[in-house]
Design a protein around this ligand. Structure first.
Ligand SMILES: [Zn+2]
Length: 199
């Protein structure tokens, strides 16, 4: 933005109004001339979004404002679907927890309109009991939890999420692929997944 009187680009913003199109009242720092300018806000840009639903993943494109900041955990409306961001990949091929849209190449997300489906494997000394359970997406698994499933009671040893294998801590069901457990002899348990078993 150049001053129409002297051509200087140095200015002070006296007033700014409007959102998509900003109307600015500027004062030239060189000659003191006061002038008006309008400024279009940057056009929306398309970013690839990979949405996982159970075992499949769908690629879509979504448009965002380039200066919008996205964060892992944010819920977005993509078409008629609500999805939660699980990972963001920027132009330097790094996975980040938050980023401006203009730095992103991909957004990873999970659909939040359907229950999470999580695998459960319990090592019964040589034989592995393997089931799938469906849970609310914000259900949390914690390493060390004692869980009842049918007649088996087991303790969670590891949690495999979309990103990594965890031997401590907790994870939301919507980013958990599988939990691994070993049977325990105690009869007390933290929760019962018997009714959540689907296969
Ligand atoms: Zn000027």
């Amino acid at each position: 933005m150049k001053c129409p009187a002297c051509g200087s680009c140095e200015h002070q913003i006296l007033k700014s109004k409007g959102k998509l199109t900003k109307e600015l009242l500027l004062k030239c720092e060189e000659c003191g001339n006061v002038y008006r300018e309008t400024m279009e806000s940057p056009r929306p840009m398309e970013v690839r979004i990979i949405i996982s639903k159970f075992d499949e993943s769908l690629k879509k494109w979504a448009s965002f404002k380039p200066d919008e900041i996205l964060e892992v955990g944010d819920v977005l409306e993509i078409g008629d679907e609500r999805v939660r961001i699980t990972s963001l990949e920027n132009k330097r091929n790094a996975r980040v927890m938050e980023s401006m849209v203009e730095d992103l190449i991909s957004i990873w997300a999970v659909s939040v309109d359907i229950p999470a489906r999580v695998g459960v494997s319990v090592d019964l000394h040589g034989r592995v009991l393997s089931r799938k359970v469906e849970l609310d997406r914000d259900f949390t698994f914690k390493v060390g939890d004692v869980v009842k499933m049918g007649r088996t009671i087991f303790r969670i040893k590891t949690i495999k999420t979309l990103e990594r294998r965890m031997r401590r801590g907790f994870a939301y069901a919507d980013v958990t692929k599988r939990v691994y457990g070993i049977p325990v002899s105690e009869r007390r348990y933290d929760y019962d997944l018997t009714m959540n078993v689907v296969t």
